[in-house]
Design a binder for this molecule. Structure first.
Ligand code: PEP
Ligand code: MN
Length: 361
């Protein structure tokens, strides 16, 4: 009992560590695989917590759905041999009970669970009275309220130590990512939960190992508190998520090559320089807003004119011409096509809304 309490305190302190690095296999497959991964990860000296999936929610049936409860003693063994505390995903009340029974140190709620308030509530109810940190992954769909709702349900169950995992959002069609990062959503979640641990999961964002490091570095540059990255002793033959896993040694190298940055600005001089540039940014933002306001005033006038002459608001040719012109100019200014598209979509929509109001007034 003494021992268990000691460990709990240790884990809580551990979650304060920055950067916090969690790694381990997508799924626990065999005892030997789990123990070997853990000891090899520990040997890199770069990892704080071992992860392993015991129950695997797969999108479609027929793939490996996890070893189940019989893998929990393997994690105990892995912890004993590596010294790393262990984290697993829980999706049902029974899984929470089993995990707590086997002394799992940290739990996480997966993306396919966060999406469903019934499931989250079920897990939260089972967590009542437990003293265990819980990390909550973003839901698979880009809905911030669902993510916040899950945090509230777990907090209402009395869990004090809650962290967030950004694992990207599913979108239709092929992109370079398995799950689009949609960084702005993670940033907004961070803004709404100041002080709450926020780590990034490059593995499930990328779905492939060659771009893991880029995404990991980007997360660190955005002031994330740490990373959860899948690793396996034989990645290509992993029973789940084979393409995105790396060996423990490669994981160690990757973590070693990340440039760590800090949000704190400690020297006075640095502070002054930053402040000056920030004022410039504020000034430019003010001017941009002024200009956009003026642009909308012209749009209002065009709206009146279109109304008087019974012309439609949207004229596809004109819209294509605006975009083509903007891409060309944007490129010269070092602005990406993606940004130009998003910016003009937003401005165009605002302009349509203005004209719509005028036409129907
Ligand atoms: C996982 O971490 O292995 C997992 C299933 O992740 P997610 O819930 O993000 O899909
Ligand atoms: Mn996985």
């Amino acid at each position: 009992m003494e021992q268990a309490i000691e460990t709990k305190k240790g884990v809580e302190a551990l979650l304060q560590k920055r950067p916090l690095i969690i790694s381990g296999p997508c799924s626990a497959e065999t005892e030997d695989q789990v123990v070997q991964t853990a000891t090899r990860l520990a040997a890199t000296g770069k990892v704080d917590i071992l992860r392993a999936g015991i129950w695997k929610p797969r999108t479609r049936p027929g793939s490996f759905e996890g070893i189940g409860t019989k893998g929990l003693p393997w994690l105990q063994q892995a912890r004993k041999e590596s010294g790393l505390p262990v984290a697993i995903e829980v999706a049902t009340a029974k899984q929470v009970e089993d995990a707590l029974h086997f002394g799992v140190d940290v739990l996480w709620i997966g993306a396919r669970t966060t999406v469903n308030p019934f499931s989250v509530q079920d897990v939260a109810d089972a967590l009542k009275g437990a003293d265990v940190p819980v990390l909550i992954k973003n839901p698979i769909n880009p809905d911030l309220e669902l993510w916040i709702g899950a945090v509230e349900r777990v907090a209402n169950a009395g869990i004090k130590n809650i962290g967030l995992i950004h694992r990207g959002f599913s979108s239709y069609g092929n992109t370079e990512y398995r799950n689009a990062p949609m960084w702005h959503l993670a940033i907004e979640m961070k803004r709404r939960n100041p002080g709450m641990l926020m780590i990034n999961d490059p593995s499930h964002i990328c779905g492939r190992r060659d771009i893991l490091l880029d995404v990991a570095q980007k997360a660190i540059d955005l002031d994330f508190d740490g990373l959860i990255i899948e690793s396996h002793i034989d990645p290509d033959n992993a029973w789940s998520d084979a393409k995105q896993q790396v060996t423990p040694e490669r994981l160690g190298e990757m973590i070693g090559s990340i440039v760590w940055r800090t949000e704190e600005i400690d020297s006075e001089e640095l502070h002054a320089v930053m402040e000056k540039m920030r004022q410039q940014i504020n000034q430019l933002d003010d001017e941009l807003l002024q200009l956009i306001g003026q642009r909308m005033k012209v749009a209002d006038k065009i709206g009146e004119y279109k109304k008087d002459n019974n012309i439609t608001i949207l004229q596809t040719n004109r819209w294509n011409a605006i975009l083509a012109r903007a891409y060309e100019r944007g490129e010269k200014l070092g602005l990406s096509q993606e940004f130009i598209t998003k910016y003009f979509d937003a401005v165009h929509m605002e302009s349509i809304n203005h004209q719509n109001k005028i036409m129907n007034s």
